[in-house]
Design a protein around this ligand. Structure first.
Ligand SMILES: [Zn+2]
Length: 292
């Protein structure tokens, strides 16, 4: 009985090792953001085919681990949306004439205050997805967002591409930013938006276990390309429908110009309101809790 358990444990261990190596290889081996499991095994396997093996080492398979070739392709974002309908959301109900404006990568001290000024002038409330290290740099702007009645969401600590990360580093990205927001505002947000909209199945399942909703979008302003106000307004207004979640950016890094998205905002708000659409926050649109 004891021997049987040992054999089972050994089999499980080797399976887990293979799977990790395969995953890293499939992702191109980019471990720059990863500090957790997987890094060691990949580095060891990357040492090259031609080096001389020690007597105790087992030669690697020339074309990579079995899993690289045999595992089914990961689910696409659309597949994941279908599979996790109540957790991973792209839009709200079309039955209500409501749309949610969302602003990512906040805060900065240049564009975020301008976005807030426009929203205030129109009495519109929106949802802001916060990058943790930017919140640490500008806590006063985060306080202003909350004080003016907007909703805050978690957008990771430093905006990595999440599917490439180890579990530990991914969890830290979420928890750290959640703690920063809670310290500044007293609110434990339950909204998470993955950087670039990219996320994998295990990460969605973990966020669900932490009572997070994962919020993507179905209307992209493409404002990050530095478009002018007319282009941003056209991108939004030609695709928006009742229930839409609109993506804009409310802060930029060095050299990023978001003046087009700020200038487009009055047009977007006025045209949508003229269509009888009410602008609401994500928790209002989706009827989910904003925080704890
Ligand atoms: Zn972002």
């Amino acid at each position: 009985m004891k021997l049987k358990n040992l054999l089972l444990a050994a089999a499980l261990f080797s399976l887990a090792g293979c799977s990790q190596a395969g995953q890293n290889a499939a992702q191109g081996g980019d471990n720059t953001n990863s500090g957790g499991r997987g890094t060691g095994s990949y580095t060891a396997q990357s040492a090259g085919d031609n080096r001389k093996l020690n007597a105790t080492e087992t030669p690697r398979l020339k074309a990579g681990a079995e899993q690289v070739h045999r595992q089914p392709q990961p689910l696409s974002l659309a597949d994941l949306h279908q599979k996790y309908k109540s957790t991973f959301l792209f839009n709200g109900p079309a039955s209500l004439r409501e749309v949610a404006l969302t602003f990512d990568d906040v805060p900065d001290n240049e564009f975020t205050p301008q976005v807030l000024d426009v929203l205030k002038a129109y009495g519109v409330r929106a949802t802001f997805f916060v990058v943790g290290n930017r919140a640490e740099a500008h806590p006063d702007i985060v306080r202003r967002i909350a004080a003016e009645g907007h909703v805050l969401g978690n957008h990771s600590y430093d905006h990595p591409n999440l599917p490439k990360m180890s579990d530990d580093v991914f969890h830290d990205q979420v928890k750290r930013t959640g703690d920063i927001l809670a310290n500044i505002t007293g609110i434990h947000t339950r909204l998470f938006r993955p950087p670039y909209g990219n996320i994998d199945e295990d990460q969605i399942k973990w966020l669900a276990s932490q009572q997070y909703h994962v919020i993507n979008w179905n209307v992209d302003s493409l404002d990050w390309k530095g478009l002018n106000a007319d282009q941003v307004a056209t991108n939004v207004l030609s695709h928006v429908n009742p229930g839409s979640i609109v993506l804009q950016h409310g802060a930029g890094g060095t050299g990023e110009d978001l003046s087009g998205t700020v200038k487009a905002l009055p047009t977007i708000i006025e045209r949508l309101q003229a269509r009888g659409i009410k602008l609401v926050t994500i928790p209002e649109l989706l009827q989910i809790p904003a925080g704890l």
